[in-house]
Design a protein around this ligand. Structure first.
Ligand SMILES: Cc1cc2nc3c(=O)[nH]c(=O)nc-3n(C[C@H](O)[C@H](O)[C@H](O)COP(=O)(O)OP(=O)(O)OC[C@H]3O[C@@H](n4cnc5c(N)ncnc54)[C@H](O)[C@@H]3O)c2cc1C
Length: 493
């Protein structure tokens, strides 16, 4: 049988593509290399509230081992591998929709999520074939892509091929859409999957089920809890590792707080896992004649922390809709499928990449960088210690506080100037008109002088006019700046 759409890969992206194509009346085939969807995938996953906001069927999801996380903790570890700070946060009452106000993630197992999603694709009318590993695309004599071939020689023909086959995508390579990812574009994530009992995790962890470990001794790590198990792991760009990744995981497992969690949660190591995920600053080409790439195959995992299920599902829906329109038009050319790129750029997928190249500066030099944690950890600790400790009088503590934290400000100022500032500017609504060269020149010449003078005067505690200048700086510089920013924010909403 000839199919309208062949989806290669039965992960979340492939299943939503299959479900959407079939529900639009297209003859749809989903090919999955594993014996059962989910068998070969990352085992645990946190599903974001966006999944439930934008996909109606997700609101009916009932999997045996889900755990809603309505709190998350960030643990800061210093260069002696000692946890110094832990802060916990919850959903904001100001979040834009009900699910986002209710929880941070729903943690599930892919061995349960993927079969459930592929079942929905089958219910919608798609054919699902497991144990079918696609090794190449088939072409007609004139080079037009006509279908796929599997490792056991089976051939399937279809008008449109949707590559939903993950980070190491055969469809991407065989269609010529892109080459292999560069090591700087991919992160390697390793973790240990622990089994446990629901009651033990309920009692020890509850719904504070997402823990991030930001450390000076290993790249950013996590301990995420599902109903009856959890993951402890870490990851970084492929081109970052100075030692074997397992060395860093061992360092993480030595941290008291991590060990305590594993013990309290009654963790029994089940499996060591090693996966890749893309970290792009801007996705590359995602389509050609008769072919579209979705999800991880397209590099759509979010470039800040690799959330990818939502973006795979969203791109699956967009690609299947574009496929359906192209088939009705009878035009499967690259030009016709360019609608796919336009649509995903205009969707939440494109929105994640608006920060462009500045994302990398922020993630590489701050978020994923143990050297940054080496000063951020003591800085946070000094602030909290300075505010809350009772080892000294509060007056004395307050006097010492600036001295304790000021020494970290040069690094903070550099990070604000080089990484956080550029990212914030890039993701803000860019003004329609670019800056005038003449005005920029005058600002660059005068502002350093004026601002330095202002800073010098108000920073000097021995200056007898300090009690006059400091309130003036607050009143006429800081306050108007913040008020203006808040006004602009309110206008944006
Ligand atoms: C350690 C780790 C933790 C993560 N945690 C989260 C998280 O908490 N939340 C989140 O949203 N995202 C998370 N992500 C990202 C997320 O896993 C991916 O972005 C998401 O799974 C992408 O979905 P997909 O459908 O595009 O690809 P995949 O989920 O990779 O599915 C691809 C499917 O294609 C099949 N396949 C591959 N090659 C072939 C072939 N040649 N022929 C046939 N079938 C094939 C595979 O078996 C697989 O079933 C994490 C990633 C990693 C590595």
């Amino acid at each position: 049988m000839k199919y309208d759409v062949i989806v290669v890969g039965g992960g979340p992206g492939g299943s939503v593509a299959g479900m959407t194509a079939a529900s639009r009346g297209l003859r749809t085939l989903v090919l999955e290399r594993a014996a059962r969807p989910g068998d070969k995938n990352v085992s645990g996953t946190g599903l974001s509230p966006k999944c439930f906001r934008d996909f109606e069927f997700m609101r009916r999801m009932e999997l045996p081992h889900m755990r809603k996380a309505d709190m998350a903790s960030v643990h800061l570890v210093d260069k002696n591998n000692k946890e110094k700070v832990a802060v916990t946060f919850s959903p904001s009452d100001d979040a834009g929709y009900a699910e986002a106000r209710e929880f941070l993630t729903v943690n599930v197992y892919r061995s349960e999520l993927d079969p459930w999603l592929s079942g929905l694709a089958v219910q919608a009318g798609a054919d699902l074939l497991c144990g079918a590993k696609v090794t190449d695309l088939t072409r007609s004599r004139n080079g037009k892509i006509t279908g796929v071939v599997t490792d056991d020689g089976r051939r399937f023909s279809g008008d449109i091929i949707i590559g939903a086959d993950g980070v190491i995508s055969t469809v991407a390579r065989a269609s010529g859409i892109r080459e292999k990812w560069a090591p700087s574009e991919v992160a390697q994530i390793i973790n240990i999957d622990y089994g446990s009992d629901a009651g033990t995790i309920d009692a020890s962890i509850g719904s504070n089920a997402l823990h991030y470990w930001y450390a000076a001794t290993f790249p950013v790590g996590y301990s995420f809890f599902s109903a009856e198990g959890f993951h402890v792991g870490l990851g970084c760009y492929l081109d970052w590792w100075k030692k074997n990744p397992q060395y860093y995981l061992r360092r993480m497992l030595e941290v008291d707080g991590v060990q305590r969690q594993i013990k309290l949660a009654g963790g029994r190591p089940r499996e060591f896992q090693n996966h890749l995920v893309t970290f792009l600053t801007r996705p590359k080409k995602t389509y050609t004649d008769s072919v579209m790439l979705i999800g991880d195959a397209a590099g759509f995992a979010c470039p800040y922390e690799a959330e990818g299920v939502y973006y795979a599902m969203m791109s699956g829906r967009i690609a299947a809709t574009v496929a359906s329109d192209a088939i009705s038009r009878g035009d499967l050319s690259e030009g016709s499928l360019s609608e796919y790129e336009k649509t995903w750029w205009a969707s939440p997928i494109g929105e994640e990449f608006i920060g462009g190249d500045s994302i990398e500066g922020f993630v590489r030099r701050i978020g994923f960088n143990p050297d940054a944690a080496a000063w951020i950890t003591p800085l946070f600790n000094e602030v909290l210690f300075g505010l809350c400790n009772v080892a000294d009088s509060h007056t004395n503590n307050a006097r010492k506080l600036p001295g304790r934290i000021l020494k970290y400000l040069p690094e903070l100022a550099d990070a604000l100037k080089d990484d956080m500032g550029p990212l914030a500017i890039a993701i803000d609504n860019p003004p329609k008109k670019g800056p005038s060269k003449a005005v920029s020149y005058v600002l660059r010449k005068t502002m350093p002088f004026l601002l330095r003078l202002l800073a010098k005067v108000s920073a000097s505690s021995t200056n007898r006019y300090n009690s006059v200048t400091t309130p003036l700086v607050m009143e006429h510089f800081l306050k108007p700046y913040v008020q203006e920013k808040l006004k602009k924010e309110a206008q944006k909403r």
